[in-house]
Design a protein around this ligand. Sequence first.
Ligand SMILES: C[S@@+](CC[C@H](N)C(=O)[O-])C[C@H]1O[C@@H](n2cnc3c(N)ncnc32)[C@H](O)[C@@H]1O
Length: 214
Amino acid sequence: MDFLPPQIAAYAETYTAPEPAVLSSLNRETNAKVLMPRMLSGHMQGRILSMLSKMVRPERILEIGTYTGYSAICLCEGLSDGGILHTIDINEELASMVRRYFREANLEDKIKYHTGNAVNILPQINEIFDLVFIDADKENYSLYFDLVFDKVKKGGYIIADNVLWSGKVTEPEPAMDKDTRALAAYCRKLQHDKRLENILLPVRDGLMISRKLI
Ligand SMILES: C[S@@+](CC[C@H](N)C(=O)[O-])C[C@H]1O[C@@H](n2cnc3c(N)ncnc32)[C@H](O)[C@@H]1O
């Protein structure tokens, strides 16, 4: 869902850095060939992720939910020298396309791409992260948070996508479907967690940015 009136969205895009060529090509190919292209972050959110990453200058980034690799490439733009991004996706069918774009973006050496269920893969990644982007199955957001919390540096960030879920999170609880309930529970859980400082940005489908205080 677009929360912004179209003329405001267009104006904001006008004054936002253009989509780099490799990302336009990935965006086009995803829309032409891949199921559910709406899942791709897209120009505006991609530039936001890139800018946030450039502000943090992370050494280690973790992404849960690679899809075709768009957001991973955006997040890599802010990596500090020698930095690495780990990204995980359960859908092995997209792997050759994803690898092709990581190569085209000259990121082969900076990205560790894991295929499989994030629930099983996360405990095997022994890194401490400056930035985590959660963008996979909504039901597991709270579990992903629990699995990554101890792997996030003090002062590090956890960003979760789709937390507004087209606005459905504001429906009365009994009317909510499983994913909506899980996303509402995720935000509630993090907002009650005294170890975090949060901001829910009503950008695109909602980005929850949480900073680890301890
Ligand atoms: C919304 S898409 C990610 C979009 C991507 N971050 C972007 O912005 O372009 C969600 C992805 O999560 C993956 N996914 C779903 N369940 C998963 C799981 N249990 N473990 C790992 N990946 C999962 C799906 O295969 C899908 O590619």
